[in-house]
Ligand binder design. Structure first.
Ligand code: SF4
Length: 214
């Protein structure tokens, strides 16, 4: 992996929480736990690299992706190419869990679409995410709103990697509760320290202001 490039699979971490992205990709505190996750087993299963042709559709698995424009690279689970003029390119990503209301997974799929468009000079209008737990294939439209959100995440991830600084925890406590890095991140301890420091600063600033008035 070129260090000037961001891994496509890392974009969902940034979209979920920039601190989670930094813990994983800057501090690399995750290694032991992260790669033992079920998700990796699932991807190993679908990532056979075998190409198949069924009627008018070719199925390419484990396709390597790169975008020089956005400096992202990675591998996609499945690319379906339906014959036609022009042919229809349809990325499919496999996920362990269930469909989400937030765009985290869709952003990863859209980043794959951006790579395919650049690599094969085509347009990708839609794709799908297959959710293992829900046994459900969720269609995803690669529209302007999703493209804008994805490009913003890519730019944010590049900026964070360039700064090398881990941001503070997000405010969304519910998301922290569901985060696999909550024990390493300790968001509650960080928030406690931060608010204690804030109160200290507040008192010391008012004391300084009082001294200045005397
Ligand atoms: S626990 Fe919360 S702040 Fe920490 S990495 Fe996870 S989501 Fe981000």
């Amino acid at each position: 992996m070129d260090e000037n490039f961001v891994s496509i699979s890392a974009l969902q971490h940034y979209a979920y929480c920039p601190r989670q992205f930094a813990l994983i990709h800057v501090e690399q505190v995750w290694e032991e736990n992260y790669w033992t996750a079920d998700g990796r087993v699932l991807h190993e299963r679908v990532d056979s690299g075998v190409t198949e042709q069924r009627r008018r559709t070719r199925y390419e698995r484990g396709v390597m992706l790169i975008s020089q424009r956005y400096r992202i690279q990675g591998k996609m689970d499945l690319l379906e190419i339906e014959q036609g003029t022009p042919p229809k390119y349809f990325p499919v990503e496999y996920k362990r869990g269930k469909p989400k209301t937030e765009d985290w997974d869709r952003i990863q799929l859209c980043a794959q679409a951006l790579c395919i468009e650049e690599m094969r000079t085509v347009q990708v209008g839609e794709g799908a995410i297959w959710y293992w737990e829900a046994r459900k294939r969720e269609p995803v439209v690669i529209d302007d709103a999703l493209r804008t959100a994805t490009i913003a995440v890519i730019e944010g991830a590049h900026a964070l990697l360039a700064s090398g600084e881990t941001p503070p925890p997000i405010e969304d406590k519910k998301r922290c509760k569901a985060c696999s890095l909550v024990d390493l991140c300790e968001p509650m301890a960080f928030r406690r320290d931060h608010s204690a420091r804030y109160v200290e600063d507040l008192f010391s600033n008012s004391a300084q202001a009082r001294d200045g008035d005397e």
